[in-house]
Design a protein. Structure first.
Length: 158
């Protein structure tokens, strides 16, 4: 039976016409393994990276970029967050803050206090896949749907 994570279940039910769910095995959940095993292009992967601002106050933001891209953490992420110091959230922090499972964290279904930023290159893809809150399912969706459902801001992040 296909497992829908509790943090995205209502959003999925309300938006089924825009979200295609794909079941995967836990051991193939990580982007590169998923693409190699299931035959998808890494450029259609949209990875979600949780960044922690340390100064002036502590808070988190989610950054989404294509699977083969690298987030410019020390300049562009820091600037987007308006922070003086930032770092990658630890695995434990990411799970605690998002209430999702590391390795399948989704930019959808996040607590409202987590701002989502999407790299401008993401919007050039026809269809993407993202984590669905766990390690055994992915969402396939258009970039427009991702932006709308995550209430994201699109920026140059790489």
């Amino acid at each position: 039976m296909l497992e829908i994570h509790k943090t995205v279940a209502k959003l999925y039910e309300d938006n089924k016409e825009y979200l295609e769910i794909f079941e995967c095995l836990d051991e193939f959940s990580d982007t590169e393994n998923f693409c190699n095993h299931y035959g998808f292009d890494i450029e259609d992967s949209c990875n979600a990276i949780l960044i922690k601002a340390k100064k002036p106050v502590e808070f988190y933001a989610m950054f989404c970029l294509l699977g083969a891209s690298r987030l410019d953490v020390n300049h562009k992420a820091k600037e987007a967050m308006g922070a003086k110091r930032v770092s990658f959230a630890s695995r434990d922090e990411a799970e605690l803050v998002t209430k999702q499972i590391y390795g399948g964290i989704s930019p959808l279904g996040l607590p409202e206090n987590i701002k989502v930023f999407i790299d401008k290159n993401v919007i050039e893809r026809e269809k993407l896949f993202i984590g669905a809150g766990n390690r055994v399912s992915k969402f396939f969706l258009s970039p427009e749907t991702l932006i709308k459902l995550s209430n994201a801001e699109v920026l140059d992040l790489t």
